[in-house]
Write a protein that binds this ligand. Structure first.
Ligand code: ZN
Length: 210
């Protein structure tokens, strides 16, 4: 059997099992999704949002990219964010990084990764903002892991810089923004940063007319 055929077979077994447990399962989900959470995570195959949070289909709206970045020119991210906040009315947006992130590790080198350089540049900027703190850590693994945490923090702040979040905060006092880091070694999530609705950021980023 080809590897991809296994996926299709597993899918059939899964669908049968779901209907056996709950005959209305698919017809209910097909009509409506009302997730409370938007998850912005890393594309890394070891960090599946639903599985590590014990949530079901329909509970989390998910966007993933290399190193869970919130880049203000990324039309994909902005469209997902706008849809989640404006239409799905999510109450929480979670940026979830993970220790040992390959994207963060790559950004800390001078290696030329071709087209990925442009994406990693955003992480290099985070490193530059926090260079003093990061460079003061002697152990390389710990240094990378601290940058993972700081990167999550900066991406949460990047969310707060968007007019999408500022407008929702002003009008609806939601969503709450969270920065989390997942541990590949123990499976545990550590909250590292948090911005409740209405949190002020550097005023140069705050729009006066929303
Ligand atoms: Zn990663």
């Amino acid at each position: 059997m080809n590897a991809y055929e296994r996926l299709l077979l597993e899918n059939k077994a899964w669908a049968v099992e779901k209907v056996a447990d709950d005959p209305e399962y698919f017809s209910r989900l097909a009509h409506l999704q009302t997730p409370e959470f938007l998850w912005i995570g890393c594309s890394d195959s070891r960090v599946p949002a639903n599985e590590i949070t014990g949530t079901q289909p329909g509970e989390i709206f998910v966007h993933r990219n290399i190193a869970n970045m919130v880049v203000h020119t990324d039309l994909n991210l902005l469209s997902v964010l706008d849809y989640a906040v404006e239409h799905l009315k999510v109450k929480h947006v979670i940026v979830c990084g993970h220790y040992g992130c390959g994207g963060v590790k790559a950004a800390m080198t001078q290696h030329n990764f071709g087209i990925i350089n442009k994406w990693l540049r955003n992480i290099k900027d985070v490193y530059r903002f926090h260079r003093e703190e990061v460079d003061s850590i002697p152990d390389m693994e710990e240094r990378t892991n601290r940058l993972v945490e700081l990167n999550v923090q900066e991406q949460v702040i990047n969310l707060a810089k968007t007019s999408i979040i500022q407008k929702a905060w002003k009008e609806f006092q939601r969503p709450h923004l969270h920065g989390w880091v997942y541990g590949l070694k123990d499976g545990l999530i550590k909250p590292v940063f948090d911005m409740p609705p209405g949190t002020h950021i550097d005023e140069i980023y705050e729009f006066d007319d929303l």
